[in-house]
Write a new protein. Sequence first.
Length: 423
Amino acid sequence: MSAPPRLADAIAQVTAAGTPRPPEPAPLADALGRVLAVDVVAPRSIPPWPNAGMDGYAVRAADVRGATPEAPVTLRVTATVAAGAMPACGVAAGEAVRIFTGAPVPAGADSVVRWEDTDRGRAVVQVRRDRDAHQHVRAAGEDATAGAVALPAGTVVTPGVVQYLASLGLATIPVARRPVVALVRSGDELVPLDRAAHAGPAQIVDSNAVALAAIVREAGATCLDLGIVPDDEASLAVALSRAAREADVVVSAGGVAAGDFDFAKGAAARAGGSVTFWKMAARPGSQLAFGEVRGVPWLGLPGNPASATVCGELLLRPLLRAMAGDRAPHRPTHAAPAGEPFVRDPRVALLARVRLVAAADGTAELVRSGPQASHLVRPLALADGVACVAPGDAPLTAGTPLPYVRFADHAGAARVPFGDAAT
């Protein structure tokens, strides 16, 4: 097998396997975070008619030109129109209609003069300024035009998108189906969280199940937990086969190293799968597998909890976002100076769990969130994100710019993270 891919190449290969799922209709209230599967065409124009952007008087600009406090223009008030009502008449020369924000502008009017520039008369009104000539009339179709594309396919549904589609009267929208992820863990030492009180003296809680399920849900996918399987190749092969039948993505945690009880490679082959790459030129992630089982993408994550979660964030999450139809499936890459020296490895990129803290000069800098051993979970809980320390012989010195991704970022990026730093 060829040399392990560098970090950015591994992320790109995994993400490329994320073929968008078929479209399905979804209630607007259940679509947050999902992705439009097709262009959404506006069924109506928004606004459907010109409307007032200010409380005041609908007038003709030609009638109010030159109005000043010393020489006001007097107009006859013919009607009042409020939001929710259609005008009963138009506006002719020398006329005005009292109007309120959002109400349809009567035919003939091209301006709305604000209250404070008038005497607020009801039968006749004095206009004392002309600054609102040709102002405060919202055009019909300004927000959407009936029959035109309102939002293109690939748009991620945000609260703003929900509001916009609701304004168009769309209660159901076409989105990519949520990917289903089958999650398998191997390890005789593991017990599920709900049996933590009954763990044996040599057992630990299966925290990977909880963390990976959280990544799956946050990515907008559905998690199918197939549980813990014994440390033997046959059992893991059966679980992988079932996972490939029932899900769009197969994820296993554990068994990808080279020890006597690491059976993932053999189990994948036994289940009818193949390996695209084994290992990755990054740590954590040097013990990692990617391939397919019966045509379904398979990601074999390390068993150490910090390793599983970091690799899940950087590889599994963008794969799922791509499957959900997101055309910018990665978290964006930022840069900040190192607030302390970072050890480097001459061969592989190091993925440091980091916090963003205030520097002495008021700027922000990156520091480790704690010890970096892959079995330690607390530093990951305290981390704001992951920084990539490029390979090298000498330590990376304080003040050197470090690329990093933040766990709190939800806005996507098309660019693969760490493409320049992980060479």
